[in-house]
Design a protein around this ligand. Structure first.
Ligand code: BDR
Ligand code: CA
Length: 299
């Protein structure tokens, strides 16, 4: 499977990228997006992360703000600059295309590309604006986003990635019928770092990514370990840990308390055709085994 990852590292993004690079997936590159921090920071973090993981794959710098909304970041969770662990300044620059242009270029060249979008969906929406035939060049689109069968984490109704750019998310839903891997499953995607062999300076960095939720936030959700939301998407691709089902879906783009919420018609009450998929279950033990194997291979 040829895969492009659209990302906003982000500690759980960093672990998702690590997993993808340790897998058999044919990675074509990365696009970055403003989300957990500014796009300057998420681009720098992606390049530093690839240095850390010995990868030369291309990185394209994406949108610096949502289509309509004001930009919002989550450095209070992921650390100053958007990524804990203190990686050094990157040794290279992003490619000379915008994130949206890179998505279009790779999709056209590949003809059957899969996309894992683990940040706000602005780049994908902009790519649809550049190339209306984009759906024909894509195989599947997986999104970490939404809070189906779960409360929101950015507002009571909305998950952070969809809340960050609901207008882009709605555009992507309409054109690309994605699979949403949301908080209903990703909140279960935790791993106790003490069950891993994390010795040495590289191990210390990875441990900071695994334990990125501040205690105050863990207390809020009554959890002992941080959910590695974005890595759940990748283990769905590599290890089949996710169960997904078709649903009739909508994203609330109105102003109000449900802005950015992913609404799934669980009982089919609308009698409208299904237009996407949602993850409904995760095999947590297989998720942990996949994480352990990938992490212990790089530390
Ligand atoms: C999502 O929001 C970001 O903070 C994480 O990286 C993840 O993609 C979880 O709601
Ligand atoms: Ca993310």
């Amino acid at each position: 499977m040829s895969l492009l990852i659209d990302t906003d590292p982000g500690c759980d993004d960093a672990l998702a990228v690590l997993l993808a690079l340790e897998s058999d997936l044919d990675l074509v590159g990365f696009t970055t997006i403003a989300g957990n921090s500014s796009v300057e920071n998420t681009t720098r973090n992606t390049l530093s992360l690839l240095d850390f993981l010995d990868s030369n794959l291309p990185v394209a710098c994406g949108a610096d703000r949502p289509l309509v909304k004001r930009q919002d970041t989550a450095e209070f969770i992921h650390g100053e600059g958007g990524l804990k662990g203190g990686l050094p300044t990157p040794t290279r620059e992003p490619v000379d295309l915008s994130g949206a242009e890179f998505i279009v270029q790779q999709a056209r060249e590949n003809g059957n590309l899969t996309i894992a979008a683990i940040g706000p969906l602005t780049n994908l929406a902009l790519a649809l604006g550049i190339e209306p035939d984009l759906p024909e060049y894509l195989d599947e689109v997986f999104v970490m986003g939404g809070a189906v069968r779960a409360p929101g984490n950015r507002t009571p109704a909305a998950e952070a990635n969809l809340h960050a750019d609901p207008d882009a998310a709605s555009r992507v839903l309409q054109s690309l019928s994605p699979t949403f891997v949301g908080l209903g499953v990703t909140m279960q995607a935790t791993i106790d770092p003490h069950t891993l062999n994390l010795s040495g300076p590289r191990g210390e960095i990875v441990e900071q990514w695994l334990e990125y939720y501040p205690d105050r936030i863990k207390k809020r959700y009554e959890i002992d370990h941080s959910p590695i939301h974005d890595a759940a998407v990748i283990t769905g691709l590599t290890d089949g840990v996710l169960t997904t089902e078709e649903r009739t879906l909508a994203i609330d783009t109105s102003e109000g308390p449900c802005r950015g919420a992913l609404v799934a018609d669980e009982y089919g009450v609308t009698e409208e055709p299904e237009n996407g998929r949602v993850a409904t279950d995760i095999d947590v033990e297989r998720f942990r085994a996949a994480m352990r194997e990938a992490i212990e291979a790089v530390v």
